[in-house]
Design a protein around this ligand. Sequence first.
Ligand code: JFZ
Length: 494
Amino acid sequence: MKCHPYDNSTSIKYKIPHVLAFAGALLFLAVLTHGCSTSEGNTEHASPPPPMTKLPPPLPAPASQDEKMAWFRDAKFGLFIHWGLYCIPAGEWQGKRVPGIGEWIMHNAPIPVTDYEQLAKQFDPVKFNAEEWVQMAQDAGMKYIVITSKHHDGFAMYHSQVSPYNIYDATPFHRDPIRELAEACARHNMKFGFYYSQAQDWHEPGGAGNTNDFGADELKDTSGAYDKYLQSKAEPQVAELLQNYGPVCLIWFDTPRMMTKERGQHFVDIVHKYQPATLIDGRLGTAGDYTSTGDNAIPSQSLTNDWEVPATINHTWGFRKDDQDWKSPGEIIFKLVDITSKGGNYLLNVGPTSEGVIPQGSQDNLRAVGKWLKVYGEAVYGAGRSPFGEEFGEFAKTKDHTGKEVFLARNDWRCTTKPGKLYFTLFNIPRDGMIDLPNFKNQITKAYIVGDSTQTPITIDETNGVRVAHVTRNGPNAIAYTICLEISGDKVER
Ligand code: JFZ
């Protein structure tokens, strides 16, 4: 493993000297790119990388935590991408199905590190097209992308100078997909961030998690091997990611095994040093900028802090050939509106194949969500929490086998807010079309269906002190639609 200090100058190769005329630079790079692909014999590649574009500089330091969080609070919906060597075995090793999440196959099979490493020689995702991935996220209405730059298997999906165990140096692909994605994101005004497994690294003797090849984790902790791994690989790789890929919206650290406050703080310092605007998730091991819930775990009530649900669209993060069980557009839309109404973000994952393709079924469902958001997105993006809460459900009197109270969720509607506006997204409309509104004192000055070009007002009357909105089951959208109530005053009075 080659080691460089964080402030090495390897990023220079991506910087086009200002003295070169723009056209001259393009020509130079085109020749360079062409020369590379022929000399490497990669001429069979279906879609060669687009010429390198200059990335914008990192964002300036935010003046306050609110300013730092602003884009995240508006975004609500992001694309998680788990992509790595594990997409080649895709849930199967030596002809046997290996149960569990796809990206854990090295651990679960288990596969010795010397065998797993060999996968790199086969990794040639010739159908990878950064432009298409980013376009899909945009079509889905997603506002940020977070990709695995290095997962627990230790394989870097970008051109790292710190370790040759990376997609550029160790595979026939010989391209940097993270760089290509960063450029495509810059072109699409899409926020871009990285998942980085800081603690677990099954490829390094000092990394946590690979007890098969390298023995017990506690020994790595006490012998100094773990700290050596952190200082010689994890920390400098995080520094590389912050220096060479333009503005990084967030870093998604994970599974903080043996991450003391002090060890975690080293990563915080690196992030602050290179990109003070970059958010840190909730799984570093020391406090980040927001909390991450358990995987696929949507809280039953509103949370007051900033938070995010990392979620799978099927039952695995990394691609598995035996899992095509995609969440439907309706399920995804409900979860997105539910999460928004509780103050969180939805980071929804896809697992591309070893060819570099996002499975079509997951793409189709995400695009259907995007189509819905085109009409009703104003109830999601930048929208605030529900001022109510009774719509979430209530605890039953019964308890489950662990002694915990059972929560009976109600899923009929969700409310999201903007100043002077209440959005009710209706998922289950009774036969008579009568929706009892929750109690609040503000006058309703206007009521209409979002996206209704005819501007037909919705009738709202009052019976027994309950305001009732008269809508129709057979509304403009079969999954759900949103009505907007404009109210007197910016804040709901109950
Ligand atoms: C972790 C990883 O191990 C997994 O491979 C994937 O990347 C996922 C997004 O994150 O798995 C976790 C980590 C934390 C919890 C659950 C699964 N948790 O806190 O409930």
